[in-house]
Design a protein around this ligand. Sequence first.
Ligand code: NOJ
Length: 576
Amino acid sequence: MNKTKLFLASIALAASQAAAAQGQKGPDWLEDAFFYQIYPSSYQDSDGNGIGDLQGIINRLDYIKSLGVNAIWLNPVFESGWFDGGYDVIDFYRIDPRFGTNTDMVRLTEEAHKRGIKVCLDLVAGHTSTRSEWFKQSASGDVNSRYADYYIWTDSISAQDKADIVKRHNSENPASNTTGKYVEANAKRAKYYLKNYFECQPALNYGYANPDPSHPWEQPVTAPGPQAVRRELRNIMSFWFDKGIDGFRVDLAASLVKNDPEKEAVKALWHEMREWKDKNYPQCVLISEWANPPLAIPAGFSIDFMFSFGVKGYASLFFDHATPWGQVKPGRTPTYDYCYFDMRGKGKLDEFITNYTNSYTKTKDRGYIAIPTCNHDFQRHNIGTRNTPEQLKVAMTFFLTMPGIPFIYYGDEIGMKYQEDLPSKEGSNKRGGSRTPMQWAKGETAGFSTCKPSELYLPVDTDGGRITVETQDAEPNSLLNYTRALARLRHATPALNNQGDWQLISSLSQPYPMVYKRTLGKQTIVVALNPSGKTVKANVGIKSATKLLSTGRATIKKGTVTLGSCSAVVAEVEEL
Ligand code: NOJ
C-alpha cells in the first residue's frame, strides 16, 4: 500500500471507529437528555436594560438544574439585525452585544457543564441578515470577493415572482411578510436576490439540486460557491464546538438546497455534515427544525421536532381546525377550541396518533422525536379556556412521558400564558405572545429586570403574582413542582425515559382517555390522560399496578383506569 492509500485507509478507520463509538442515534448523553429552550432576550436581564442576557442565564442555572433539565437550547445569540428575533444573523462568530461577549458564552458553557447541563445554540444555516459583511461584499459586484457566490443573484425573474414582490409590497408590513421568493435590491451585483424568509434574510447559496440550464444563476451543489458555503457552515460549527458548545438546533434545516423536491440533495448535505461531526466532535449533537422526522433523522439529525408545522398531529392536540398548523398567522386570532387537550372533551386523537406512530416506527432506532411544550414560533398551551393548573398538569404529563426527548419551553413549567394582542416586536408578529419575559417573582417586572416596566423587551404578564417561580416554588402542588416530579420520575424510570418503547393501548374510537404504555426490558409503565371535564374509564388489561405519580382523581385498579375531570396517572404495571 502506498503512503496516500495508507493515509486514506487510516482516516476511514478512524471515522468508522468514531461513528461506532457514538452510535447511530447520536452521543450517548441523549439517552437521558432533557432539554429546556430559552429565548435569551426574555429570560433574565442582569444589567437592567430591559433585555435578557447571558449573565442572566448564568444566574439562573441552579434553577434550571432544579427542573431536572440537563441540556439547554438557546435561540439565536449571534450578532443580529434584530428584525427576526435573532434569525437575521450579521456575524456567526460573535455574540450579539445585547447578550454579552464570546467570553461570556464560554463562561456560560463552563458554568452549565459544572452542573451537568449541555449547551446547544441555534444555527441559522439557510440565510444571513442583509447587514452581514458577506452579503454586502456579495452585493458589491466584486467578482473576486470571497463572498461573491455566497448568495443567489439574478437580473431576470418570472412574471409570478414579480407579482409576488408587488403583493408583498402592498401588504400591511412588507418587511415582515414572507410572500414570494425574490427581493428587488437593484444592487451592483444584480437586480434581485433570493430570500429565505423575510426580505432582510437573503438565502445562502447551497446550490440547486436540479439547476435549470436556462437559469445560469442556479448553480449545482458542487459549484465553488455552494461548496464554500458548506465549508463556512463547518467553520461556524467548529468555532463554537471548540469553545465547548455541545450542539446546534438547525433552523429551517430542510430548506438549504433549492429546487430539491424529493429533498435528496439536502439529505446528502446533512449526511456529509453528520459524518464530519461524528469524526471530529462525536459528543456533539445536531437537532433539526425540519418537522419531518422520517426524513430528518436518516439524513443525519439525532433529534427532529413534531410540532406546529410539517408532519401533522400536534396542532390537533393543542389548537384546532381554525389554525390547522397551530401557527399564529399574521392578522389572525389564535384559537384552541375543540382540540384534544380541551375541557369540552370534543377532540380527536386520530391525526396525532396516525402521524406520530408512522414517524416513531420509522425513526425509533435511529434518533429521537421531540414533542416540545411550545416554542418561540407558536402559542403556549396556556391559552384561552385552557388555563388552570389542573389542565396544564395533564398536558405536562403528556409532554414528559412520551418517548424521544422532552423539550420544555421556558416558562411552560409554571404555565405562563400566551399573551394575545401584543404589538409586533423584532419581526415577531403574533409570535411575541410566546416570547414575554420570564415570570420569576411578584412585581412590575416579575423579577426579570430592574428596569422600569416601560423599558422591558416585551411587557410581562403580572397576573397577580399567580404564575411565578417564587409562588410556585413554595406551593407543593404547583405546576412547577409537578413538572419537577415528572422529570425526576422520567430520569429514574428506564421505560419512561428516552429509550423506552411506546404503544397506544386505548382506542381511537373512544379518544378520552388517552392511554399508552412505555416499555423497556421487563419494565412496563402505563400513562393515562384525561384532559376533558368528564369522568372517563378504560380497560388496560393488566394484572397489577403501582401508582408512581398522578394529578386530579385518578385510579388504576384491576385492569381499569378511572380518570376524573382533568386528571392523569403514571403507574408501573405487571402485564397479564
Ligand atoms: C424558524 C425560526 O424558528 C423562526 O423564528 C424564524 O423566523 C424562521 N425560521 C426564519 O429563520
